[in-house]
Write a protein that binds this ligand. Structure first.
Ligand SMILES: [Zn+2]
Length: 64
């Protein structure tokens, strides 16, 4: 198999406030893990948890 890694999918980290359910996304950074606490909710000041980490698919999806 010859795979090129020229097309890297961006990794996205999802942050969630457990108090009000607010969620936001940002680019994944090294050291991110679930359920790391990072930052505070802009709505109520409660801590934000890393809720999910996933690879975001581009518009280059192949139709099967
Ligand atoms: Zn909140």
């Amino acid at each position: 198999m010859s795979q090129s890694q020229q097309q890297q999918k961006p990794i996205v980290t999802v942050l969630k406030c457990l108090k009000c359910g607010y969620t936001t996304e940002r680019p994944f950074r090294e050291g991110d893990f679930i359920p790391k606490i990072e930052g505070t909710c802009p709505q109520d000041g409660a801590p934000l948890f890393i809720w999910g980490i996933y690879a975001k698919s581009n518009q280059q999806q192949k139709n099967k």
